[in-house]
Each structure stands twice: as structure tokens, then as C-alpha cells.
Ligand binder design. Structure first.
Ligand code: AMP
Length: 396
């Protein structure tokens, strides 16, 4: 069974092709294009590359094309991307303006190009769907809650991979299996041992921290939109709701302009004034740029704030896991996030931390009660696995 996972940006197309034949999981091919101006051509070129690499001979060999879809109105989980779901995604374009429109366009183009191949989406909200009401409700009037104003949470594929992989690293196959089966039986799989508590830190171009109990999310730092929680690359993260009308009035700008500034000129870029990339910001901070140092400090403080919240909710933690571009690569930020937590049983091994770059590693000290992991993100594999399960179990 060959499943292509397509990652759609407004000007990029990246893909990975997995083969699940003979009960194995193999990555057959990965590739992508940046600065795409002609999407139909990019899809055509993707198919041509798969054929010239001899990993498929015909598009119809694909059992599915899987997508890491972001958010849709009243739809989550792993679903067939039909007209109804595409409309539900369009209904929430405003919540994910950078993600939903290119996905809808791309999915329609794939539907035209490979009409016989099922298109399957794993929504980024899915992993958080079993979080308790106390974790997802905002304190807004009933009428607001009725129209879907609540925390949804994102980065679901990444946090789910952490749930599965961290359980394996902690020698808890029962919890790894529960995490794998989460969307099949809504978390009904029983575990046999003590509760397993993991805090997953997805720190990258966009970032979120999730508390994971027995392989399922109990809550996450992102809220109704990906425009919340930690400071993001260009997006503000958490902001007092009153700040928006105050800035509109005081700066004399329109609400649209304010929204643009909060999504394009805020976050790490807005704070540092240097870049939206942690590498550039770290370089500038090391050269004495005060704003760059502030951006890093705010990012670290926000990450610690959410880790602290889940540490309390989970009554401690068996592991903290770092993943995504920054989490996997920046030893400096990992050290800052884990600094002075020995009283909580969280101790980094400085040398192991320093040498861990984008490879799976245990970076906690030998006497740290809480294990600290670096786990490279593997969101596409999660999408492919769920698409496979969808095909095998739902047959619709
Ligand atoms: P992602 O969203 O997972 O692709 O992560 C991309 C982000 O990771 C970039 O915007 C950088 O801020 C960050 N990043 C990538 N490589 C490094 C690195 N070597 N050190 C620090 N941050 C990095």
C-alpha cells in the first residue's frame, strides 16, 4: 500500500511517499518545490519525479494522498476530503488564513489530477479532541461557545508522534499502542501500568506545548486559531483581547491592518526586529542586540509557562520532549527552557544537550527524575499511518 503525503504551502509543495507493504513502513521518496507559481504544474512534476525515481509506475498505484489539514468547522479526526469537508475548511478560512486556502486549492487540484485516488485529511485539531471541557472552554458567553469559540489546538500530528515515540522510549508499549489507536476507538484502549505523563514541546516556525496523559492530549497552548499560545515566527501568540480594540483606536488603524500586523509583523519578528528565524535572532542576541535577546527571553518564558502548567496538571512528568526546527536544533534554547528546575526533578546533561542536533537523543542527566528527549518531528508518517488505517477500517 503506497500513500503519498502532500504538504501544501501557498508557494510550496513538499511530499513523502510511504509504502506499507508486508507490514513494514518504508519511506520510498521525498521531495518538494519552493516558490511555486503554477500549482497544477508542480503536482504534475511531483508525479513525474515519483515515476522517474521508479517508486510508482502509475498514479493509480497510490492507495491515497494524505494531507495534514489544519482546521474545519465541525470536522476533525481523519476523514475523506469530499466537498462537504472542503466547505467546512473554507468556513474556517479566517481562523487559518495562511493554511486553509492553499490546502483547499491544492486538494481540489489533486482531485482533478488523480480522480481515482482517495484524498484523506488528518486534521491538526484531531489529537486534542479528547481533552476535558475545562481545558478547551474559554470563559465566554454561551452564544459565543455555540458558534465554536473554544480552544481547538493544533500541531496534532507532531504531538501524536511524540506521544507514540516517547512511550516507546519510556518502555511503555501499552501507552504507545493506546496513542496509535486513539482515533480508531476514541481512546478506549486500556493501559496496563501507571499513568504516563509527557510534555511535548513543538518549537519551530510555529510552536506549541501539549500535556499528554497515557498517549492522549489533555490540553495545548494553541487555542481557537494557530494565532495563540507561544510567540510564533510572525504571529503574536497569546494577547489580551482588549489589546486589539485599544490598538485600533489609539494607532488609528483598521481592524484589518491590526490583524495583518498581528499575523505578519509580530511574534519573534516583531519582538526582535531582526528576523523570524531563531538562528538569526540567536546570532544577533549573541552580538549584543537587546531586542533579539528580549525575543528569546519571551519565547523561553512562554515555553516554561506552558510546561509548568502541564507539569501541575499531570502531577509531574515522566518526560519532556523537544521537537521541530528549534526544539531539535537549538541546544541554547533547550538549556534556557530547562534551567533551574532541579527542584522539580528536571536536570539537563549539558554535554548531551550540546551534541543533540536533529537526532533522537536522551539529553537529561542520569539523576534527572524527568527524562528529557529530543525527538525529530515525523508528522508525515503520522498522516500516512492514519490514512492507511482509515482505508483499512472505514472503507468509505
Ligand atoms: P519548523 O517549523 O519545524 O520547520 O522549524 C523552522 C524553524 O526552526 C526556523 O524558522 C528556525 O527558527 C528554527 N531552526 C531551524 N534550525 C535551527 C537551528 N539550527 N537552531 C535554532 N533554530 C533553528
Amino acid at each position: 500500500m503506497k500513500i503519498l503525503v502532500a504538504n501544501l504551502g501557498s508557494t510550496s509543495l513538499k511530499w513523502r511517499l510511504f509504502d506499507f507493504s508486508n507490514n513494514a513502513e518504508r519511506l520510498l521518496h521525498k521531495g518538494g518545490f519552493e516558490r511555486v507559481t503554477d500549482y497544477p504544474k508542480a503536482i504534475e512534476d511531483c508525479m513525474a519525479e515519483l515515476k522517474s525515481a521508479k517508486v510508482i509506475t502509475d498514479e493509480n498505484e497510490l492507495s491515497a494522498v494524505g494531507f495534514k489539514t489544519v482546521i474545519a468547522k465541525n470536522v476533525t479526526g481523519c476523514v475523506r476530503l469530499d466537498e462537504h469537508v472542503l466547505q467546512a475548511m473554507a468556513d474556517y478560512n479566517g481562523l487559518a488564513p495562511a493554511h486553509n486556502p492553499p490546502y483547499i486549492t491544492g486538494i481540489k487540484l489533486f482531485a482533478q489530477r488523480v480522480p481515482k485516488v482517495p484524498l484523506i485529511g488528518l486534521f491538526e485539531t484531531a489529537f486534542h479532541q479528547f481533552a476535558a471541557p475545562a481545558a478547551v472552554n474559554y470563559a465566554v458567553p454561551e452564544t459565543w461557545r455555540q458558534i465554536g469559540v473554544r480552544r481547538w489546538g493544533f500541531h496534532g500530528a507532531s504531538h501524536k508522534f511524540i506521544a507514540e515515540r516517547s512511550a516507546e522510549l519510556l518502555c511503555r508499549p501499552d501507552v504507545a499502542e493506546r496513542a496509535r489507536q486513539l482515533y480508531v476507538n476514541n481512546g478506549a484502549t486500556k493501559i496496563s501500568g501507571a499513568p504516563l505523563r509527557v510534555i511535548s514541546c513543538h518549537l519551530g516556525g510555529s510552536s506549541s506545548v501539549t500535556g499528554i496523559l497515557n498517549g492522549a492530549s489533555i490540553g495545548t497552548s494553541m487555542g481557537m486559531s494557530p494565532q495563540s499560545g507561544l510567540p510564533q515566527n510572525n504571529r503574536v501568540g497569546d494577547l489580551d483581547a482588549e489589546a486589539l480594540p485599544y490598538a485600533v483606536k489609539t494607532l488609528g488603524i483598521t481592524i484589518e491592518e491590526a490583524q495583518k500586523q498581528l499575523t505578519k509583523q509580530s511574534g519573534l519578528l516583531g519582538l526582535s526586529g531582526v528576523s523570524n528565524d531563531i538562528r538569526d535572532i540567536t546570532d544577533a542576541a549573541n552580538k549584543g542586540n537587546v531586542s533579539a535577546k528580549l525575543a528569546l527571553d519571551v519565547f523561553v518564558a512562554s515555553t516554561r509557562h506552558w510546561i509548568g502548567g502541564y507539569f501541575l496538571e499531570l502531577n509531574g512528568a515522566d518526560a519532556i520532549a523537544f521537537t521541530a526546527g528549534t526544539g531539535e536544533n537549538s541546544a541554547e534554547l533547550r538549556a534556557a527552557i530547562c534551567a533551574n528546575l532541579a527542584n522539580l526533578g528536571i536536570k539537563l546533561d549539558a554535554d548531551k544537550n550540546q551534541s543533540a542536533r536533529a537526532t533522537e537523543s536522551i539529553i537529561s542527566a542520569a539523576d534527572s527524575a524527568v527524562k528529557i528527549f529530543v525527538i525529530p518531528a515525523n508528522e508525515e508518517l503520522v498522516v500516512a499511518r492514519e490514512a492507511r488505517r482509515f482505508l483499512e477500517t472505514r472503507k468509505n
